[in-house]
Design a protein around this ligand. Structure first.
Ligand SMILES: [Zn+2]
Length: 626
């Protein structure tokens, strides 16, 4: 019997359940009985305990107030101080979403406002935080989800049916699990892994290698075991393109299943994907996919909070945990079957905390196999402390400004840029600075998304934004570059700091600044993130004195620096210590996402240090987990 029928059998008959639906793994019951809607909480909680499923009770359309009246009541109940920006109705789900700049005020003391709205209107109210910095992307995404709310409802219901009602195999079939490396095996870029059990085919990440060209950019999806129509779910660890950049292409090819990620990852990845096609168009390369494919991707995202356990197939249950790498980045923990194996994929992660994020989670309920990154896995990859890096950056900035030069900091739009912004903001509070910090590319939009989701930031920044209303990203030292014309003014203008995407000089404004400012020895270039082999950044970092940009040969005379300790990745020491700290200690460790020598080095070091089985698979290899 389907789980929903078993649940219905336990609901009292006078509850008048008129309809049931799935919202992904959540089960929703609609009632026509007002008293049960208001007072059935204990019965529902008991069912949740018994069935270990999330169950929501909502009012049937026939008993709730009409939307217009309900809207008036919401406006009357919540004080203007909450700064409501939108009230959105989803009639098919009986849900009202209230977007406010001060969500705490909207909710009211101990949720009293929401309780009153629910009692009076019989709609289920939800409050969401609206960014104080206007964020087009977050607003657009939320609008896409609401405009297509009917499609979304059907989609979520079909996902639930797959999880609970459409078992492909007999429950007593022999259990096995294996993971196939479709990208990022002994390399950085195009992360993509196929996790299979008798019942599930799940893709972990689906990235592109932005530094490579031709077919080497994409994961190996032409392997015989990959059929797009058989994929049950895709899980995205974080928004960097080497982990999700190929995803819209799967939608272009017809994938219509769920994509699991955090809410912040969904918004940031939409922004990075849109930027990716813009950059392709600007360099007159045909883009891999269109904005329509990105919109399709967003429509199929199911967002999860850190620590929220959810079924995604009949034999797989996942939980996302903080990975400390960028906004919304997550470890993907997969609990297989009745717990016959526990597998975790780290994506990119950082053990130590940074200016923006807490260090990654270290304790898990169970863990047998760990698949981890090794970007900085070599013995020479130990990094100086964060404080030393901050000092080094400030020193370079001071010296360059003094000699009337400009500092270019090519930066990934997400993560490092915001970290650098916080360092500059801190510096401006300690010493009065008389030069602007220009922010170019999508860095600004990303800062807005940080503001929309303070719950993903560390305690210090979160409290500043929440309680003091002081968002460091709103400091007056930051100036936004909005057009090519303004970029020219920055190039011709007085000494300054320029934070610009892309981080590896693989396109975007950072390349344009290098083209204009590269041949002046007064200027400086500071690399703050990893430079993939083959990228322009890698060439400049290695000391090439002349590089090709567009049709120009640019002489590199500016001062080139690398600051490695501001990375959002764990350094070698942190990678080693992670295995020591993580609880429980895994029996098997699979090393991916690192250059050939680094994966091998880390695999052998971990094996020697902890006497555990380690592997450094190449692309296309399959590893049996159980
Ligand atoms: Zn990353």
């Amino acid at each position: 019997m389907a789980v929903i029928d078993s649940i219905l059998q336990k609901v009292p008959s006078d509850a008048q359940i008129s309809a049931t639906a799935y919202e992904g793994a959540n089960i929703v019951l609609y009632t026509k009985n007002k008293t049960f809607f208001m007072q059935g909480g204990d019965i529902i909680r008991a069912l949740v305990d018994e069935f270990k499923k999330r169950i929501d009770l909502r009012a049937d359309a026939h008993i709730r107030k009409d939307a217009e009246e309900a809207k008036k009541f919401v406006e009357k109940t919540i004080s203007a101080d909450a700064d409501i920006t939108q009230i959105l109705f989803e009639p098919a789900r009986s849900v009202i979403t209230i977007e406010a700049k001060k969500p705490g005020v909207a909710i009211g003391k101990e949720g009293e406002n929401l309780k009153r709205i629910k009692e009076e209107t019989l709609w289920t109210p939800v409050v969401r935080r609206e960014s104080v910095i206007p964020s087009k992307i977050t607003t657009n995404i939320r609008n896409v989800l609401f405009t297509d709310s009917e499609y979304r409802r059907k989609f979520l219901d079909s996902v639930g049916k797959r999880i609970y009602e459409l078992r492909k195999t007999a429950p007593d079939e022999e259990m096995w699990a294996r993971v196939t490396i479709l990208g990022a095996g002994r390399q950085v870029g195009r992360s993509c892994f196929l996790l299979q059990t008798p019942e599930s085919k799940v893709l972990l990440d689906c990235g592109i290698n932005v530094a490579a060209s031709g077919k080497y950019q994409f994961p190996y999806l032409s392997v015989p075991e990959f059929h797009i129509e058989d994929i049950d779910a895709i899980i995205i660890s974080h928004a960097h393109l080497d982990h999700c950049g190929f995803l819209p292409y799967l939608f272009k090819m017809g994938y219509r299943g769920p994509v699991y990620c955090t809410e912040a990852t969904r918004d940031v990845m939409a922004l990075l994907m849109l930027d990716y096609i813009d950059v392709a168009q600007a360099s007159s390369k045909p883009p891999l996919y269109s904005s329509t494919d990105i919109k399709e991707t967003i429509k199929h995202c199911i967002t999860l909070e850190y620590g929220e356990v959810t079924d995604i197939t009949p034999d797989m249950r996942i939980t996302l945990y903080n990975a400390g790498h960028i906004l919304g980045s997550a470890f993907v923990h997969c609990h297989l079957g009745e717990g016959w194996h526990n597998f975790m994929y780290t994506g990119d992660f950082k053990v130590k905390s940074s200016m923006l994020f807490d260090g990654c989670t270290l304790t898990f309920p169970r863990l047998e196999t760990l698949m981890m990154e090794s970007t900085y896995g070599n013995t020479e990859d130990n990094m100086p402390t964060r404080e030393a890096c901050e000092e080094q950056l400030i020193k370079i900035v001071k010296e360059t400004i003094q000699r009337k030069g400009k500092v270019i900091i090519p930066s990934l739009g997400v993560g490092r840029s915001q970290e650098i912004m916080l360092i500059m903001e801190q510096f401006s509070r300690q010493e009065k600075i008389d030069f602007p910090v220009w922010v170019d590319g999508m860095v600004w939009d990303v800062a807005a998304i940080h503001n929309a989701y303070p719950r993903f930031l560390n305690k210090d920044v979160r409290e500043k934004i929440f309680y003091e209303g002081k968002d460091p990203f709103l400091s007056p030292i930051f100036k936004q570059v909005g057009s090519g014309k303004e970029r020219k003014l920055v190039v011709d203008g007085p000494p300054c700091v320029i934070i610009a995407t892309s981080g590896m000089l693989t396109g975007g404004p950072s390349v344009q600044y290098l083209k204009e400012l590269g041949d002046n020895p007064k200027n400086s270039l500071v690399f703050v993130n990893y430079q993939s082999e083959g990228s322009l950044g890698n060439k400049v970092q290695k000391g090439d004195k002349e590089v090709q940009i567009d049709d120009n040969l640019v002489k590199i005379k500016l001062d080139v620096h690398t600051i490695s300790g501001l990375s959002g990745h764990s350094d070698r020491e942190e990678l080693l210590s992670f295995i020591n700290k993580v609880k429980p200690r895994p029996r098997k460790v699979i090393i991916v996402h690192g250059e050939n020598s680094k994966t091998l080095d880390l695999a052998s070091s971990l094996h020697k240090a902890y006497k555990i089985e380690t592997l450094a698979p190449r692309n296309l290899e399959t590893i049996r987990l159980r």
